[in-house]
Design a binder for this molecule. Sequence first.
Ligand code: FAD
Ligand code: DLZ
Ligand code: SF4
Length: 518
Amino acid sequence: MTSGPVLVPILGDQLSHALSSLADRDPADTVVLMMEVAEETTYVRHHKAKIVLILSAMRHFAAELRARGWTVDYVALDDPASTGSFTGELARAVARHGARGVQVTEPGEWRVRQAMDGWRDTLGVRVRILPDTRFLCPLPDFFAWAGARRELRMEYFYRDMRRRTGLLMEGDKPAGGRWNFDAENRGAAEPGLVPPLVPGFEPDAITQEVITLVEQRCAGHFGSLDRFAWPVTAAQAETALEAFLTERLPLFGRYQDAMLTGQDTLYHSLISPALNLGLLDPLAICRRAEAEWLAGRVPIEAAEGFIRQIIGWREYIRGMYWLEMPGLAEANHLEATRPLPEFWWTGETPMRCLAEAVRTTRDNAYAHHIQRLMVLGNFALLAGIRPQEVSDWFLAVYADACEWVELPNVAGMALHADGGRLASKPYAASGAYIDRMSDYCGSCRYKVKQKTGPDACPFNALYWHFLARNEARLAGNARLFQPYATWRKMSADKQAEYLASAEAFLTTLEPARPGWAR
Ligand code: FAD
Ligand code: DLZ
Ligand code: SF4
């Protein structure tokens, strides 16, 4: 048994000073280990901006830790001695420091958890894996909640989280008399709407250095670095949050589902990358949003809608990930087998809504929720694209993509690949929905009101094709009663026309070249 220090590995999405692995450690007897490793940058070929964000945020965080008195051993991506993996680098560091033990906060990904569990056998020192206390609902509590229910609906979980946190509560009653103000939200975007500018952060010397490194090592990865402006420190994330709370939160709810050409951010918060890396604290954010409502500066529907996303959806999704893994990664309830189309990477499609979604993804490593769910996700669902290819794409391209949040959203919410464990019905929609919520259709080569034929919006025929081919699996779903009733009332000729139109469109889809994602 050696008498060296305890090693505390801190991963790229664990950049919080309040991390559980640091809480009981004495800096005099601890070495923090941070590892930039090739395996993490390439197990899916992440968007260049996502890699820059994570590596730059890691380097800034290491500097903050040192300023607070911690000893940090930092392995850079281009270290010639690097083994390229967490496990290899940890083994080297244990030997280098003669460490007597390892203490680490549990990771956000099943794959890494498996590796960590293996450390206990391979490292030859004591390994303590601690819960990630940055989430508001401990996993055992989520499992207990889920175990007691037949249907795992977010809305009921959310009410428990409101009670647990006391957010927007008046005694034991919801503030404003209702738990959910969604009926007041979800307005379409009016043409000419000009949302406030989102603050951007000029790359400093550290970020510039990482940009050069990523341009060299990841030249073939998807995405542009031209507009890189994400916050890379907690202080910058705080500036970005403050701008959201004062300038965009008041209209957050109203325009939550809206989409406008060239308006990539609308009234969204853009906090997910900083939040998922640990630069922001979820409860503190929600208390700030609540305070804006209490001060009369934002309406209840905006504050409630925003808080629901964080203590409701975000926590529920994380619980569902750990509840459903490892099966969720392979789930394919609808037996979708079509390959991902090449245009998901190039953006080259005459479908205006999809071209816009891919463009903002490439330019910003960001698309807002409705673009992800009702444009990209809806298309993948209707076209029957294999969930694992869709998931790889989503994991690679978004700055906020960590598997614990990406996979349940893709496989569960968007693709119904989990058979409805997460969402009670598939989010399937025809072109009319996109037309109502956006200004895309007016400038699209396809005609949204046309139902079939080469000029018709492809979503229209794909919608019926999806319902028809999944009838055996979905017709019993009470929430799909109406669409199936409409389908059955159609003449056989009309049905055949829809199916032929969808088939003709599907044959035009060119599969993605290998190597984009993996
Ligand atoms: P806002 O619209 O301002 O919402 C505020 C916050 O609420 C977000 O930052 C996020 O933390 C939380 N939130 C909202 N919706 C969800 C949700 N469904 N699940 C979890 N948290 C939510 N979110 C990720 O953080 N990473 C992902 O990889 C990711 N992949 C997604 C894939 C698909 C197919 C879909 C439909 C959704 C995905 N989401 C993901 C959820 C959501 O789209 C993003 O959190 C959101 O777009 C981030 O932008 P924002 O910070 O401006 O969010
Ligand atoms: C996503 C990512 C990337 C691109 N690079 C690193 C890295 O070099 N070092 C690191 O510690 N983390 C990185 N990450 C984030 C990890 O993939 C993430 O911490 C694990 O998947 C666990 O959630
Ligand atoms: Fe998208 Fe159809 Fe509208 Fe074109 S017409 S933008 S494909 S919904």
